[in-house]
Write a protein that binds this ligand. Structure first.
Ligand SMILES: Cc1cc2nc3c(=O)[nH]c(=O)nc-3n(C[C@H](O)[C@H](O)[C@H](O)COP(=O)(O)OP(=O)(O)OC[C@H]3O[C@@H](n4cnc5c(N)ncnc54)[C@H](O)[C@@H]3O)c2cc1C
Length: 264
């Protein structure tokens, strides 16, 4: 990352800008770094605690092809998730989810995330959310998972811009070329120029949502998501450019997007 002063604030220049530093953002940043790209990972939170994983996750959702384990294959995943109206095609589910499930688990485990295992080495797994198989692999120290992920990202050499709220994605000829935002603590204006922009800003806004417990934290997504991803991204235009939008499960997709992913 090249940093310089700009009349408006600070200018950062990089190969790849990843907006959002959680499951998908960390995956994208690791993917870019592994291909020797200079990468900036910007988030309005702090990498070590931002987003849905910040407070901890207690399981890792995956089909793992374990021998003798029922409903544990790519086909089972596709059968369960691909429905006529939800837009998740077989290619998306295989390329963006399945291909990265075991792969990313095998990155997290040696890095310090403790997955429950039986004496014979098989993963401790449970069934949930109406899924046919035992797709929830237990994590016994899930409260630190974001710290582990953060260390991987920093060790990979990604340039981390904590506490930078992106307000707009810069576009040239339909291609994402950077973004602008401001530091939420200092107010400093930040301009980031990049050859590729990846938005991993989370799926939904849940701050306004209610649920049966009336506890705003007891929701599926991080309660302080503001859905900011929608505006810059729609404004930036997602068609035909090299930028891609990734969300949680694709995130684990640390390798796919740079090598020219196919959504359909
Ligand atoms: C309490 C809780 C427990 C969960 N437990 C599990 C579990 O055990 N197992 C499991 O598989 N899943 C679990 N989930 C779900 C899982 O954690 C999320 O689906 C996943 O982490 C989402 O990752 P993401 O990268 O798509 O998005 P997010 O986590 O939403 O990250 C988006 C990031 O983008 C940043 N951002 C957004 N807009 C901007 C902007 N304009 N400028 C700068 N930054 C921006 C946000 O600050 C945020 O850090 C849980 C979720 C919660 C909330």
């Amino acid at each position: 990352m090249k940093i310089s002063a700009h009349p408006l604030g600070t200018l950062a220049e990089t190969d790849t800008l990843v907006i959002g530093s959680v499951a998908s953002g960390c995956g994208a940043a690791l993917g870019a770094a592994s291909q020797n790209m200079d990468v900036v990972n910007a988030d309005k939170g702090k990498l070590e605690s931002s987003g849905c994983i910040g407070g901890g996750n207690d399981h890792y959702m995956a089909v793992l092809d374990e021998e003798g384990e029922p409903f544990d294959t790519a086909d089972d995943l596709v059968k369960f998730y691909s429905k006529p109206l939800n837009g998740w095609t077989r290619a998306i589910l295989i390329n963006c989810w399945y291909n990265h499930m075991r792969h990313f688990l095998e990155i997290l485990e040696p890095a310090g995330v403790k997955f429950g295992r039986h004496a014979d080495g098989r993963f401790q797994r449970a069934q949930g959310f109406g899924q046919p198989g035992r797709w929830r692999t237990h994590i016994s120290n899930g409260m630190i998972i974001k710290r582990v992920l953060a260390r991987l990202v920093r060790d990979a050499g990604a340039n981390v811009l904590d506490r930078v709220m992106i307000t707009d994605i810069l576009v040239d000829n339909g291609k994402g070329t950077g973004a602008v935002g401001f530091n939420v603590k200092t107010g400093e204006f930040v301009i980031i120029r990049a050859k590729t922009v990846v938005s991993t800003q989370g799926r939904s806004a849940t701050r306004g949502a209610d649920n049966s417990t009336h506890n705003p934290f007891n929701v599926w997504m991080f309660p302080y998501n503001t859905k900011r991803r929608r505006r810059p991204w729609l404004q930036g235009g997602s068609g035909g450019n090299r930028a891609g939008y990734l969300s949680k499960r694709d995130a684990v997709a640390q390798r796919f997007w740079l090598s020219g992913h196919e959504w359909n």
